[in-house]
Design a protein around this ligand. Sequence first.
Ligand code: SAH
Ligand code: SF4
Length: 371
Amino acid sequence: MKKQGFWALSLVEMKNKLPSLFSFPMDELGEYFVEKGFPKFAAKQIFNWLYQNWEHDPENWSNVSKKVKEHLKENMTIDLPKVVWHGLSKDGTRKFLIGMHDGRTVETVAIAARDRLTLCISSQVGCAIGCTFCHTGTMGLTRHLDASEIVGQFVAVTKWLHENVSLDTRLSNIVYMGQGEPLHNFENVKKATQIFLEQNGLGLGQRKVTLSTSGLVPQIEKLWDFPPVNIAISLHAAHNDIRTELMPINKAYDLDRLFAAIRSIPLKAHRHITYEYILIDNYNDRQEDIDGLISLLNKKESKVNIIPFNEYPGSDFKRPSDKKIKWFQDALMKAGLICTIRATKGDDILAACGQLKSMEDKLNLWHGEEV
Ligand code: SAH
Ligand code: SF4
């Protein structure tokens, strides 16, 4: 039987679980306080403590009134998800397994590159989309993460870095490229993103946050109601037959429908769309794939990011040779498309999408104790 964390809640406790303070965007917290008869500005003070001073013990919130603190003590939690495992790659990439209150775990990866420290966060436990090349996809969906569990990954990793690396360490960018399909969990991801962007809190710029989606058309059409962060579309194929083989979602929303939805994204705010393209050896790396991409993509508004397939045990797909990857990139660039190749990071600690989570049982990493 799977071991549970020592803070795992019983079913009765879960039912009665209080809302987490980390799940409130600042405006919502302000409205909540007004409704309860407290001043709105308490929300700003608390955001400052939580996200700027990294002080999570209300006893030390010197400028917050006693009444507000007492109210919070009875009506909310400020528990954070826990770092239950950490791995450091030779290239400096750090992978974290994060344990939630019910003993579920997700992965979060911190990637250092140039002047950035990017956190790749998860939006769900598992994923319902079932892409055939993706390890997370083989797990199915266990549950959505709530906003506090998404923000909690950022806060828990920051605290861990402060304690174990340096107090100056600051995560600068966020990509929703861990486990899960963020647009399938629209409302929680929206709230978490509002918290990431909040000036009085974490204060990340809109261009520092990237949401990656497999192409959930109805939710793409709702992006006007989402903070204007960078959008990445997991395209992976320029022809419907191949895309359907790789991503079953293409049966419901094929390339025509996907691109019609993409055209509805308010581009002025988003500037451009990034298209992720996993390059798989002898599969979607042919001349006709290049031709297909050139005719599909608008050169002014598109960026292509080639992701050489990250091999994992049990997968039939292979990564193309470096020569082939370069050939593919050059052909797209010659046609006038901006095209980058994503550096493979953290190979030695299985940092690709879903890989650690599914190794978890085999490695027996999760004993319910904090490390
Ligand atoms: N569900 C969202 C976001 C999470 S996946 C999406 O699919 O866009 C983040 C990225 O990792 C996606 O582009 C996904 O296609 C890619 N990915 C998944 N498995 C991979 C693998 N084995 N090798 C390389 N990239 C992979
Ligand atoms: Fe889900 Fe993204 Fe993996 Fe597809 S690639 S199964 S959408 S996490």
